[in-house]
Unconditional design. Structure first.
Length: 155
């Protein structure tokens, strides 16, 4: 995870810099962005010890919980991170799906199509047919809520 923005007028301003990679929070190794967010939200008023990587050197600093992050894969290229940080905030970086994700999606599409059952029948196969022999010319409406008899309706 890479820091993209640090809010001014916070404890973390000046201690955590844009481009830092977060390694540990309070001594706990953080690889999952969801778990990192849970740690930040659980200690809103407390001070966190965040261990991060800056310019390929390990550093430990005390920081508050107010930082915006960009989530990147662990095998992400550092040049991509630099490009993402140099772009204006309003222009979101365009990210192409990785080859492994495209392969998995293609394999799943193939499996779904291979196992798909046809939803339309190919012809009548001993279907039961209901035959109505009585021709109904009138419908009798029994009564309404006031127990009044209602008139007959012709078809």
């Amino acid at each position: 995870m890479v820091i993209v923005q640090v809010q001014t007028n916070t404890i973390s301003y000046g201690k955590i810099h844009v481009g830092d990679s977060i390694l540990k929070v309070n001594g706990i190794k953080v690889e999952d962005p969801v778990y990192f967010t849970v740690l930040l939200n659980s200690a809103k008023d407390a001070t966190l010890q965040i261990e991060f990587l800056r310019n390929d050197k390990k550093t430990q600093e005390m920081a508050s919980t107010k930082a915006t992050i960009v989530i990147a894969r662990p095998d992400c290229d550092r040049s991509w991170v630099k490009k993402a940080l140099e772009k204006p905030i309003l222009d979101a970086p365009s990210i192409r799906l990785a080859d492994d994700i495209r392969d998995i999606a293609a394999r799943e599409r193939y499996n779904i199509k291979a196992n798909a059952k046809p939803f339309m029948k190919k012809g009548p196969q001993n279907d039961k047919v209901a035959v109505i022999t009585d021709i109904i010319k009138e419908h009798q409406i029994v009564s309404d809520n006031d127990e009044k008899g209602l008139r007959k309706v012709k078809k």
